[in-house]
Design a binder for this molecule. Structure first.
Ligand code: DGL
Length: 265
């Protein structure tokens, strides 16, 4: 059976566009509706209750758009999404579990650093998945709160002196820790790949997009909700903030999309 209804994808802002980009590559026949809750960004310095309420609102909006599956393209939202299973009856995929599993798989020495928002680190979601004891998980893990990167990225501060210094000052203490894998545990941080690699050149950067897209594909196949394979998928981007500003913020996004529309949620 085939299903051509759209897939809902959301983040607090523009970070989830890095995940959307991978989703569109892995599932080219699917339609996507993206919500960037830019009005309420950043999520990462809010309380768990505040974040959970915002997540509920965005998810209710996406359900009203008749989506067939939802991707929480935001680690902070994923860490505060356990309550959704009470009312969401369609497949819903968060970014944390697939990304953590993938990082454990690719790391050789299991010395792994996770960079995420303050709220994601405080939730201990990555710690629970990565810091298990046992022979398969030796090595040391580092969990670094980097919410200040989110604000800088939303302000389009990347690939410049300011961004290189911001990241260097924050991460330099990791440079001699023999870390071979860095988890970009915030979907915004794919945009800081250059900055992070300059401080930790030997480390492989793991972002959420690839592992999450593969997991969604697997689930959709199992649920038999894949779109017809002769279709060309579409992307519709919406924001709770200013569409014109968002357009400037995502000028690096290289996929074709229908436009950026304002939504109230
Ligand atoms: N992009 C979000 C994440 O993956 C967080 C950004 C924010 O603090 O709103 O965690």
């Amino acid at each position: 059976m085939r299903n051509n209804r759209p897939i809902g994808v959301f983040d607090s802002g523009i970070g989830g566009i890095t995940v959307l980009s991978k989703l569109a590559e892995v599932l080219p026949c699917e339609d996507f509706i993206y919500v960037g809750d830019t009005l309420n960004c950043p999520y990462g310095i809010k309380t768990p209750e505040e974040i959970a309420n915002l997540v509920t609102r965005v998810v209710r909006y996406l359900l009203s758009q008749d989506v067939k599956a939802i991707v929480i393209a935001c680690n902070t939202a994923t860490a505060n999404s356990a309550h959704l299973k009470e009312f969401v009856k369609i497949p819903i995929v968060g970014v944390i579990s697939p990304t953590a599993k993938y990082a454990l798989k690719v790391s050789r020495n299991k010395n792994i650093a996770v960079l995420a928002t303050n709220a994601t680190i405080d939730s201990k979601s990555y710690q629970k998945l990565l810091d298990k004891k046992g022979i398969f998980n030796r090595g040391k893990k580092y969990f670094v709160k980097c919410s200040e990167f989110v604000t800088a990225i939303e302000d389009k501060q990347f690939a410049n002196d300011y961004s290189f210094k911001l990241v260097k000052d924050k991460l330099e203490f990791l440079a001699d820790k023999n870390i071979d894998t860095v988890v970009l545990g915030c979907t915004h941080f794919g945009l800081y790949a250059q900055e992070i690699s300059r401080v930790l050149p030997q480390a492989k950067l793991v972002d959420c997009g690839g592992p999450t897209s593969q997991l969604l594909k697997k689930i959709m196949k199992k649920e038999k909700i894949i779109a017809d394979d002769f279709r060309t998928g579409t992307i519709r981007i919406t924001t709770t903030g200013d569409p014109k500003q968002m357009k400037k913020q995502i000028d690096w996004f290289d996929k074709e999309y229908q436009g950026i529309f304002k939504v109230e949620i």
